[in-house]
Design a protein around this ligand. Structure first.
Ligand code: F6R
Length: 265
């Protein structure tokens, strides 16, 4: 894993936007196709989306031809609900850049047939050639996507029950805790692991334990993000506060210091 520690959240956003921007500009999706992005919601990627929108408005970045697959969606919220992830990605990103509406896919949390829906979602990702870059946040309990502690490390897209901790963490987006959905559809850990590049971003002291567990802890279903230690190319971009409980800082700084210039961030 590449561990990239930046001074503050704004630096983190610029770094992550740089990684996504490079891929999109080089149009290096599989077989020369425009890239397929896996995108996350929640607070963590918002500053990155703002930076990507800024670069697009400045004329530096076009997303034409790019396909997007969302990581997850709540079950039982209407697609048009303010807090559905389908709405979130439009409001915070897709509506402000040149990605066509029908190129943004998310699992349908209103479906009556969950099994058919999750199978279709996996099929769509496969038929698009797989995900070139999967953007991730991490829950305070170590979840990636909504793969909560205890999730199978080889799971596929499916329905999951949100833990009390995740519902409490996300209650800030809803009028009350009672209104936070209890279930979601999420890409599985096996699905996430098939992405060609996984880029996880976390900022703030409240993520320090999760970051320490996923970077330096044992690989365990109790900290689902730790499976990224087995990913073929994972980049963890965090700020000083989120890096606060890493014990082996000097290794990460040293590896980056000797990174060839052509691999710059
Ligand atoms: C969001 C997602 C979640 C969040 C995580 C962190 O699509 O899959 O894993 O990335 O819950 O949320 P924030 O960024 O709000 O702290």
């Amino acid at each position: 894993m590449e561990i990239v520690i930046r001074q503050d959240p704004a630096d983190v956003a610029r770094t992550v936007a740089g990684i996504i921007g490079d891929l999109v500009t080089k149009r290096e999706g599989r077989a020369g196709r425009p890239p397929v992005l896996g995108l996350a919601t929640g607070s963590s990627p918002v500053a990155t989306y703002q930076e990507l929108i800024r670069r697009h408005r400045a004329g530096d970045l076009s997303f034409a031809g790019v396909t997007v697959f969302m990581l997850d969606e709540y079950v039982g919220l209407r697609k048009t609900h303010r807090q559905s992830y389908a709405t979130f990605i439009r409001e915070h990103f897709a509506d402000h850049v040149d990605i066509s509406d029908n190129a943004v896919h998310s699992p349908d949390g209103e479906t009556k047939d969950i099994e058919a829906e999750v199978a279709a979602y996996e099929r769509m990702i496969r038929e698009a050639g797989g995900i070139d870059l999967q953007l991730l946040g991490v829950g305070t309990n170590g979840h990636i996507g909504f793969n909560e502690p205890g999730s199978s490390l080889s799971s596929r897209t499916r329905m999951k029950t949100l833990t009390a901790r995740t519902r409490t963490d996300n209650a800030r987006f809803f009028p009350s805790l009672d209104e936070v959905p209890r279930y979601c559809l999420t890409q599985g850990i096996g699905t996430i692991m098939e992405s060609r590049h996984a880029v996880l971003t976390a900022t703030g002291e409240r993520k320090a334990d999760a970051v320490s567990g996923l970077v330096e802890g044992p690989i365990t279903a109790m900290c689902p993000g730790s499976v990224l230690q087995l990913h073929r190319h994972a980049t963890i971009v965090i700020d000083e506060a989120a890096a606060g409980r890493l014990a082996n800082r000097e290794y990460y700084d040293e590896v980056l210091a000797h990174k060839p210039a052509w691999q710059s961030f």
